[in-house]
Ligand binder design. Structure first.
Ligand code: DC
Length: 200
């Protein structure tokens, strides 16, 4: 069983994917963290993005700045480089193929990484709602950001992720769209759980 959870920045796909994995006893992979690890390595060491992707190790995946906004923006930039995406593809596919299966969240899981996934969800929400959620998260961590800046960054990152030539952010033709603008996490989880349960 492979569940693909794709969508733009801060749509709630990570929380949803983690809950689905726990509920159905599947492994979970946050594929954005791979691109973030490449970005963080590039920022830290000055390595070329392709080289950083090819030499990614456990320490890179545990880098303390992985969730920083600047790393997210850089991740979106390195993710547009075909050689970087190619270097990360095998790892994602072999993770997904390990029994009993996995939930992967990202941008291109249903379209490129696992087009054969049994269930594909495309999670969205309005930019304003997503920016507000991210803003509250950042403030709770003590980050002194403005909501307007968070919204501007999110719009820029989504535009870049959607416009790139390789594996752009877009729903697979057979993806179920889940708009979480007015949905609490419990209701979003219930809708997603039902889609997976239908396929079991
Ligand atoms: O999900 P995230 O915000 O942690 O992802 C960071 C960036 O990585 C995102 O802006 C685009 C890129 N990404 C990607 O291109 N493909 C994926 N499957 C996951 C993330």
């Amino acid at each position: 069983m492979i569940v693909a959870v794709d969508g733009p920045v801060a749509a709630g796909k990570g929380t949803l994917a983690r809950l689905l994995a726990k509920h159905f006893g599947l492994a979970y992979l946050d594929t954005g963290s791979l691109y973030r690890a490449v970005a963080s390595k590039v920022l830290r060491t000055g390595a070329a993005p392709e080289q950083a992707a090819q030499s990614l190790d456990a320490a890179d995946l545990a880098a303390p700045d992985l969730r920083a906004e600047a790393v997210g923006q850089m991740a979106s930039k390195v993710a547009a480089i075909p050689a970087v995406r190619a270097a990360l593809l095998d790892y994602q596919r072999s993770f997904a193929r390990n029994p009993p299966g996995a939930v992967l969240d990202g941008r291109d899981i249903g379209t490129v990484v696992c087009p054969w996934a049994e269930v594909k969800l495309f999670v969205t929400a309005s930019p304003e709602r997503r920016a507000n959620r991210r803003y509250l998260e950042l403030r709770a961590k003590g980050d002194n950001v403005s909501e307007a800046d968070v919204l501007a960054d999110l719009i820029a990152r989504d535009a870049r992720d959607s416009a790139r030539d390789v594996a752009p952010l877009k729903p697979a033709l057979d993806a179920h769209l889940l708009d979480t603008t007015d949905l609490a996490i419990e209701a979003a989880f219930e809708a997603a759980r039902a889609k997976v349960a239908e396929r079991l």
